[in-house]
Design a binder for this molecule. Sequence first.
Ligand code: SAJ
Length: 474
Amino acid sequence: MSKLSEILKKKGPIRKVGVIGMGYVGIPSAVLFAEHFDHVWGFQRASRTSGYKIEMLNNGTSPLKGEEPGLEDLIRKVRSLGSFESTSDFSKIKDVDAITLAIQTPFKDKGELEPDFGALEEGIRQIGKYLDEGILVVLESTITPGTTQGFAADILKEESGLIPGEDFALAHAPERVMVGRLIRNIQEHDRIVGGINKESTGRAVELYTPVLTKGKIIAMDATAAEVTKTAENTFRDLQIAAMNELALYCEAMGINVYDVRTGIDSLKGEGITRAVLYPGAGVGGHCLTKDTYHLERGVKISGSKLDYPADSESLYVLARKINDFMPMHMYNLTSEGFTRAGMKFNDSKIALLGWAFLNNSDDTRNTPSEPYFDMVKKAGARVCVHDPYVPEYGSLTISQDMEECIKGATAIVIFTGHKHYLNLKASALKKLTGCPHPIIIDGRNVIDPDSFIREGFVYKGIGRGDKNQHDISE
Ligand code: SAJ
């Protein structure tokens, strides 16, 4: 029996758990653990910006914004059971049997593939300082493949003097939560669990099994778990890029990409899969815009020789470039629209509808609307941004009054598929613009081209090669 197996056997089953970082990943996982284990500490730095969460959690309330079904009831339940407490006293880490950490690692510079590991390193050092024999350490953040068994293991060893995989267990169990369904996602999604050795994997399986309802455990090694998480988002980005490229081809060939999409999607049957997603004005968010670069960096730092077609760039990075090109394509469609309408950017007002990166959401992280906004401003246009879910964005004023935004506009540009934009009326909008031939650019396929063309609009839509060269109705 290995040294770690001996230690774990002597320590007995997991009873006390620690979770570092009371954020949208840490809070639901802490209170779900608290339903199944004797005691859970929710560790949170008593910092000026987020220390307030400690008191809120200990008073049975959730510090997270937005609706999270079941979360607040669960916080109250485990508080009344006495099985959960939030604290800034990190020294309690030495009393736990397992500690999890979910701190994100954004990229400073995609070009150099350099993520910002600062916050993650600080969290890992905190654990290392109080680490004791037999404790299980689990990283839940999305991280570059190789981080758990490399970067994290080295820091923990340096801080504690203990040997990873011999004196303590170390694993990666990536989170797959979406805001608005945090509790359900943790309980129902299958859980990837990967240890740096089989004893570590086994101990991590013991930690996560009790919180799963529909979800199953999928066990593997730590690096495979890191690749799984980064690749599952890389593949989604790739599938979107495949549809964006097809949309550009359809525009060039004068056909409707949505007819083609319906056609491709009709091919069904056992063993036949076609993940046809949707073309659009671009890909934003916190996941798809960075996880490809984590995967690329992982294979780069692995040190092993990669056998790949000579002088060919990564398919995955090319997909990122295609998706990041879509705001430029929206600018090019706008420019073509201006030319057809005999107008110029620099004496025009543009109504930009949608700043959030996701339909019916207030999340603006890496929004594709921003590069487009910068391009049309540079071309001299005045821009009014409307988004019913986003009250502000830094120094940018975001209007909540769509009519006001569209009044006097030469061009109306739809970037987000918010439900507010699904029933735009061509005649009403034409009147608001006061233009004989206003331009409308549809980045999310939310309007009916013919109703706007009939009203005299100059229409351009992503993938709508069948409509983009239409005759202008007088
Ligand atoms: N998008 C398209 N076409 C599509 C789908 C999305 O252009 O067919 C664009 C969206 O407009 C948005 C961006 O891509 O700008 C990202 O959209 P998303 O639906 O992927 O939403 P995210 O970024 O919140 O991705 C999350 C991820 N979840 C986690 O990391 C736990 C991702 O793994 C999920 O697959 C995704 O949600 C989901 O399926 O909802």
